[in-house]
Design a protein around this ligand. Structure first.
Ligand SMILES: NC(=O)C1=CN([C@@H]2O[C@H](COP(=O)(O)OP(=O)(O)OC[C@H]3O[C@@H](n4cnc5c(N)ncnc54)[C@H](O)[C@@H]3O)[C@@H](O)[C@H]2O)C=CC1
Ligand SMILES: O=C(O)CCC(=O)C(=O)O
Length: 426
């Protein structure tokens, strides 16, 4: 491994909106795209701020705030998840919507990028309150979403149930059943088989291709995963089915380690138990500083929680051979540079976690046809897309002697600017 050339960077922006703009600049310049065209991509087309009242269980009325950002719809209607989190900001939602445009373009999914967020802490809310927040937010954004306009989906701290409530609210407002307005729904409401696992499954398909390319066996590979929700937990299961050793996982309660591989059934029982905490595990060692999970000497590191966890401050201590970004935006641009110089293969979010939106696209197609596919059909179509996307991005990265993130952006920007040109926008 070569020694990093970037060792004394003092600061870098952790604002995801500024980060995605710098990523667009880097890739756009390599493509030789005019600045005025890149400027179109550097801002979302529309951002809606909403505030809405919700009746709480104790009878009080509380105001909640949220955002929906629609980045670029040159390729098709905008699409992307809705996040419920206490720290959601408008800039974060804008950035997430931009990553969605590029992700869809990398996967050849005919959507532009959208994203939503509601500032709230689901851990402090009852199921009834969550339902009223979900309905309130959908009512507030109903005018700008729709099966042919903008199609939300789950993201952090939202799930199939949240999507079901939102679909019901939208359908009532429009006066007809409208499953195509949102994806990631329960199967009983037009959800797609395989959507719940799709983000993780897509990530595993990409990891498999990367390991093949590096000529390393997947069987027996050691894995550390930050985040144990939809993305992280299912990645753990799927990689363990492939006989990888999941040696460390973390969630908001902390991080645990077991050098011979964690007993995942036990970890899941703890997560689903009363305290919802993975750290009370007598058979695993607790990692006192959970961020040190990112620095473990493993074959594969999977950030599957939030943004900005691998930065210029800790990137030099990352020892994994592959970093697979199940999360959106976990690695900063300076950290990208350090990992690349250190010979670590980073599978960027807009490639590695594109499985979720890909199967969301399949769900939308099934809703519009009102004809549903088997799980095998969904998974095999997903695999084809992920394998093809990886090889397209990997070949370009080799040709351009750059990292996979910049190559993925180049693929995406080319596809979106071609559509903008064909529409006569540029
Ligand atoms: N759900 C989906 O289909 C997709 C999700 N993603 C991305 O994957 C990431 C995770 O999302 P989901 O798994 O859907 O959310 P989730 O709500 O199902 O799970 C989030 C997990 O992250 C953990 N977490 C939160 N903060 C943490 C921290 N500081 N340290 C360690 N763990 C922490 C939580 O405890 C929870 O286990 C996000 O970046 C999301 O945008 C990307 C593509 C699709
Ligand atoms: O399934 C979707 O439409 C979008 C999922 C998502 O929010 C993401 O890929 O970040």
């Amino acid at each position: 491994m070569s020694v990093s050339t970037v060792t004394h960077v003092e600061t870098e922006s952790l604002n995801p909106y500024e980060i995605v703009q710098s990523q667009i600049d880097q890739a756009g310049k390599r493509l030789g795209i005019r600045e005025e065209v890149l400027n179109i991509l550097k801002k979302p087309k529309r951002v809606l701020y909403v505030s809405f009242p919700v009746k709480m269980d104790n009878g009080s009325i509380r105001m909640f705030e949220g955002f929906r950002s629609q980045h670029n719809d040159a390729v098709g209607p905008t699409k992307g998840g809705i996040r419920f989190h206490p720290n959601v900001t408008m800039d974060e939602v804008k950035a997430l919507s931009m990553w969605m445009s590029f992700k869809c373009a990398v996967a050849h999914v005919p959507f532009g990028g959208g994203k939503g967020g509601v500032i709230c802490n689901p851990h402090e809310l009852s199921k009834g309150e969550l339902q009223r927040i979900s309905r309130g937010f959908m009512e507030a954004i109903a005018d700008i979403v729709g099966p042919e306009k903008d199609i939300p989906a789950p993201d952090v701290y939202t799930n199939a149930q949240t999507m079901g409530w939102m679909m019901d609210t939208y359908s009532r407002l429009k006066g007809h059943f409208s499953p195509g307005v949102i994806t990631g729904k329960p199967l009983s409401l037009g959800g797609s088989k395989g959507r719940n696992e799709a983000t993780a499954r897509g990530c595993v398909y990409v990891i498999e291709q990367a390991m093949k390319t590096l000529e390393k066996p997947l069987e027996g590979a050691t894995v550390a995963i930050q985040g144990f929700g939809n993305a992280g937990r299912i990645v753990a299961d799927l990689l363990s089915e492939k006989r990888c050793k999941i040696v460390a996982v973390s969630d908001t309660s902390g991080a645990i380690y077991q050098k011979d591989g964690l007993n995942l059934d036990q970890v899941k029982r703890l997560k689903d138990g009363q305290t919802s905490s993975i750290v009370d595990n007598p058979d695993a060692q607790r990692i006192e500083n959970p961020e040190e999970l990112l620095e473990l000497d493993v074959d594969i590191l999977i950030p599957a929680a939030l943004e900005n966890v691998i930065t210029h401050k800790n990137a030099d201590r990352v020892k994994a051979k592959i970093v697979a970004e199940a999360a959106n935006g976990p690695t900063t641009p300076k950290a990208d540079e350090i990992l690349f110089n250190n010979g670590i293969l980073l599978l960027p979010d807009i490639l590695a976690n594109a499985g979720g939106v890909t199967v969301s696209y399949f769900e939308w197609v099934q809703n519009l046809m009102n004809y549903y596919w088997s799980e095998e059909e969904v998974n095999s179509k997903l695999q084809k897309i992920m394998v093809h996307s990886f090889s397209e991005v990997y070949s370009l990265a080799k040709e351009q002697q750059t990292n996979l993130r910049i190559a993925a952006y180049m693929v995406a920007i080319k596809r979106i600017t071609d559509a903008m040109e064909a529409r006569g926008w540029i």
